[in-house]
Design a protein around this ligand. Structure first.
Ligand code: BGC
Length: 756
């Protein structure tokens, strides 16, 4: 029975297990000599040693901020386990010394000398912290993400890490979920580009290079679809939505060469993802031919008991392992139970060998067998020092991640000379809340705060008054009075408000995605002075903006921008950089609209255009269905105009290529950078289709007053969807197409797809 053809029942639960036999070895790379070496090792390994190759731990005696109860193992036990071959590797164990010591024990003192692998959550930088991944998606420049991932790999490998637990490629459409900012936004097409780019960046030109890191797309699968936006909650998604929305970014990452995948904490339709054979074996192995290994998320195998899926930890280990989770992270369950499960015949030896083979093969591809100590006994000092190139890249990446939502009457950019600026808000000063959720490791380059960035840009030209005004979530005694006084005395207010770093990330869901009340009160009071206000929004998610925040004259979405936050913000505020970011997630009007995303389905009762108040239509009583700021939206300092959208033909066959051209003109006074977006929608099909789907984008620079012609091509493959039989299909029919500056606007055209 093939898992692929099982339809809904397959992904949502049928325990169809298949594992390849020893005859089906990973293909040609590494060359046969390597494969033979792996087989020879497997033949010599005891079941305990095999289970050891499938057991990964955080560092002993250490509590890692993002990993609760990490330190249950002690150093002595760790050393003994390495010597006895009971560990495949460690993660988040910063520092070269410890790694060198353990690697030496592994290769010199363990019976088979199998090298350890050292992994880490290198999510948005290592020493030089780059913008949070979602922020960087706002650049709509996958090549930029590839560069920052490469830089992160260069720094992390200089600390002995050859494996990153990234990129996170979970689509997230519910802004309440705290982990959206670690990911790739709401859109499938954009997510696929960034997933692939980051894998290429981490892994470099060849996995065996000393500065290459094995990439791990996570969390497989649909972790971002957590019900109610509550972290770890079940994901109630249909198989079609899973295949159409949540799986493609993983596929893109694997096609880009990723050789490990992390399972998710969630369950889908009653089956926890860490024990879902149809996902881990059916989709990953049988359909996608994935050759790497699957690692559980942190204790996710053990958690099968709490899920109510396994009666006890032994059963949990068996379920996870037989479903296709090759490596157990942190729980120790595989070490404890796999040898016995094999002895009793509950787990076939062939499955154990298969998992070990995958792990050894990846270690081999990393070059660990040939050169286990490489980089551990002291990489070149230059590789470990602060790197000015990476800092410049961090600034570039940060300013390209900023999205300008509003700039009434061209309030921005501010002149540097002669302006009295009041910088107000809990994020105005200091260096916390700049880096984002995954800045774990010691030795990070000190971040530049907003106040520092502004001061550096202003020099002695202008006056800058700084007032905190409020705490993040509670009032500051006297704060509002001081803020109002500063605002009254200034020409313009920069209001640095929003979410703190700790309000998003793992286990940091919010039921209300609005501005905390204390800061809303601050914003209202400052606005009441009548002074022009620029909101500098700190945020880890799309927020529901209201009142004085929504009505500010200018709004810059600044997320968590990393080490160069202050400089990047100053670059945009004073016009040294023309903002070019576009939203990777829709900003709803109210918190009650979430989950909110542009590529939603129609209903039988859509709201008539121009008559939003009509009853018995799909609408809330108290809000329209539009986004406040749609996906893809963002403005710069030079306005642009779209026209002349032309299709090469208005009928295309399944084998044709449709060419779409549009003219985009910069009507402003300075160079524009525009993200020209292509969307389509099929009017009727055997399965209903979203109102719009992104099919392409191009970021172009246009000189003042100049026009450029942007061209896209579309083939039938771009118009694919998951058919009734759960397989990709293309159906002839009528399509709308938009060339647009966002998901809620653009110039519409129409074409027909015919069979021949
Ligand atoms: C997170 C993963 C992370 C792992 C190891 C888990 O809690 O869900 O994304 O890689 O911890 O730190």
């Amino acid at each position: 029975m093939s898992v692929r053809n099982l339809g809904v029942a397959s992904l949502l639960g049928l325990a169809c297990i298949s594992f390849s036999s020893a005859a089906e070895k990973p293909p040609t790379d590494p060359p046969d000599a390597g494969l033979a070496r792996i087989e020879a090792l497997i033949a010599r390994m005891t079941p305990q040693e095999k289970a050891g190759q499938l057991s990964l731990y955080g560092p002993a005696d250490t509590n890692i901020p993002n990993n609760p109860q990490a330190g249950w193992r002690n150093g002595q036990q760790e050393t003994a386990d390495v010597r006895a071959g009971r560990i495949t590797g460690l993660f988040n164990n910063a520092g070269l010394e410890g790694k060198l010591r353990l690697q030496q024990i592994a290769v010199r003192e363990s019976r088979l000398g199998i090298p350890l692998i050292f992994g880490a959550d290198v999510i948005h930088g290592f020493r030089t912290m780059f913008p949070m991944p979602l922020a960087e998606v706002s650049s709509w420049e996958p090549a930029l993400a590839e560069r920052t991932a490469r830089a992160a790999a260069v720094e992390a490998t200089a600390d002995g890490f050859r494996w990153t637990l990234a990129p996170m490629v979970d689509i997230a459409r519910d802004a309440r979920w705290g982990r959206g900012l670690e990911g790739v936004g709401e859109d499938v097409y954009l997510a696929r580009q960034f997933a692939a780019a980051r894998v290429r960046g981490f892994q470099g030109s060849h996995l065996s290079n000393a500065d290459s890191m094995l990439a791990t797309p996570k969390h497989f699968a649909a972790y971002g679809a957590a019900e109610g936006g509550l972290d770890y909650n079940p994901s109630e998604v249909s198989e079609r939505t899973l295949r159409e929305v949540y799986l493609p970014p993983f596929r893109a990452a694997i096609d880009a060469g990723a050789l490990s995948v992390m399972s998710a904490f969630n369950e889908i339709g009653g089956i926890p993802s860490t024990a879902n054979p149809a996902l881990l074996t059916g989709v990953l192995r049988d359909e996608w031919k994935f050759k790497g290994f699957v690692v559980s998320d942190y204790t996710a195998d053990e958690e099968l008991v709490e899920h109510g899926y396994a009666a006890n930890p032994r059963e949990a280990a068996k379920q996870a392992f037989m479903a296709g989770t090759d490596v157990s992270m942190q729980s120790g369950l595989y070490m404890r139970y796999l040898p016995d499960l094999v002895a009793t015949g509950e787990v076939p030896m062939a499955r154990l060998d298969e998992a070990v083979r995958r792990v050894l093969w990846v270690k081999y591809k990393l070059g660990l067998f040939d050169n286990p100590l490489r980089g551990l006994d002291g990489p070149p000092a230059a590789a470990r020092a602060e790197n000015p190139e990476f800092i410049a890249l961090a600034r570039e990446s940060a300013r390209r991640s900023i999205v300008m939502l509003k700039n009434e009457r061209m309030l921005l950019p501010l002149p540097k000379a002669g302006t009295k600026i009041a910088l107000i808000g809990p994020f105005a000063e200091g260096t916390t809340d700049l880096l984002g959720a995954w800045s774990l490791f010691p030795g990070q380059t000190a971040p530049v705060g907003i106040d520092q960035g502004l001061r550096a840009a202003l020099g002695t030209h202008s006056s800058l008054t700084i007032v905190r005004g409020s705490n993040v979530e509670s009032p500051l005694p006297g704060g509002i009075d001081a803020a109002v006084a500063a605002a009254r005395d200034a020409d313009v207010v920069l209001l640095a408000i929003g979410e703190s770093e700790k309000m998003s990330g793992e286990a940091r869901s919010r039921s209300d995605i609005g501005m905390p009340q204390a800061q809303q009160d601050l914003a209202e009071a400052v606005a009441a002075t009548g002074k022009p206000v620029v909101v500098l929004l700190s945020n880890g998610r799309a927020m529901a903006l209201k009142g004085a925040v929504r009505n500010a004259r200018a709004i810059l979405v600044t997320w968590f921008l990393g080490v160069q936050t202050g400089n990047a913000i100053a670059d945009v505020v004073f016009g040294d950089f023309n903002p070019s970011g576009r939203l990777p997630v829709s900003f709803p009007q109210t918190a009650g609209q979430v989950p909110y995303y542009y590529a939603h389905k129609r209903t039988g009762r859509p709201t008539p255009e121009g008559a939003p108040g009509t009853l018995f239509k799909t609408r809330y009583l108290d809000a329209t269905n539009e986004a406040l700021y749609p996906f893809g939206f963002g403005i710069g300092y030079a306005p642009v105009r779209y026209d002349n959208v032309e299709l090469s033909q208005d009928r295309m066959t399944l084998s044709d290529t449709l060419r779409v051209r549009a003219t985009v003109t910069n009507t402003g006074q300075r160079e524009a950078e525009e993200v020209v977006q292509l969307y389509t929608a099929q009017r009727a099909a055997s399965v209903t289709r979203p109102v719009r789907e992104l099919k392409g984008f191009k970021k172009v620079r246009i000189a003042p007053g100049a026009s450029t012609v942007v061209e896209f091509t579309l083939t039938a493959a771009d118009l694919q969807f998951i058919g009734r039989d759960m397989k990709p299909t293309v159906e002839p029919g009528e399509f709308d197409l938009w060339v647009a500056p966002s998901a809620a606007s653009g110039i519409r055209r129409h074409f027909v797809l015919t069979r021949d």
